[in-house]
Design a binder for this molecule. Sequence first.
Ligand SMILES: [Zn+2]
Length: 252
Amino acid sequence: MKAELEKLIALQNLDTSIRKLEKELEAIPERRAVIEGEFDRRAFEIRALESRRDDARHSRSRLENEVTDQKGRAERAERNLMSSKKQDEYTAAIREADAARKQISALETQILEQMETLEQAEAALKERADEIATLNSDREARLKAFDEETKSQSELLAKQRNEREQVFANLPSSMSNMYARIRARIRDGVAVAEARNRSCTACFMSLRPQVMAEIRRGEDVITCDNCGRILYYVADSLQPDTAATQPNVAIT
Ligand SMILES: [Zn+2]
């Protein structure tokens, strides 16, 4: 019986592992999308910085052209001022020169703002230069590693399914039927549970000392009264169960 219980435990371990692998493999599209999403986000941030830098550059040169225009306007006004013969011409030329100077001053403030934006964007891009240089190759490498990982996961799954079939086929049919029945009934698919601390580790129901003793002997298949799982006992694990039955001797 003990050998068969061990097979049941091995079967349970395989089924648990298979279930976990199946879940991970089912989630491949989502897991891949998370990686792609992360790289897309970074590429988007970089493109946003680049367009901020380019916009600032364009705005600066547009503003500089406007300054040139306004300087021309101011010079014309100065000339008109020199050549004015009438008071109203003189007043108009002074107003025109003033307006041009105010405009130039406003444009220069805007140029400074654009230069600040430009510097910030360039600094941020410089800081991320290494990342930018390798972003595409990093993305490819990351996805390649992911594909390799999932490939070996699916190979492992195939291997474990195979092993599982062998273990299952080698059990006496009464045990394999029992296992299949319990497994089908229980939501998490765990049909075999360890009995520890005088209770079932799956449902935490306390086990009577007599039941615990039977589980320890391992001569019959004992199931939990509460959850119906097959119970087993690991003798060498440090359990209060074991400790309690030993004399309380302090080693000095
Ligand atoms: Zn139980």
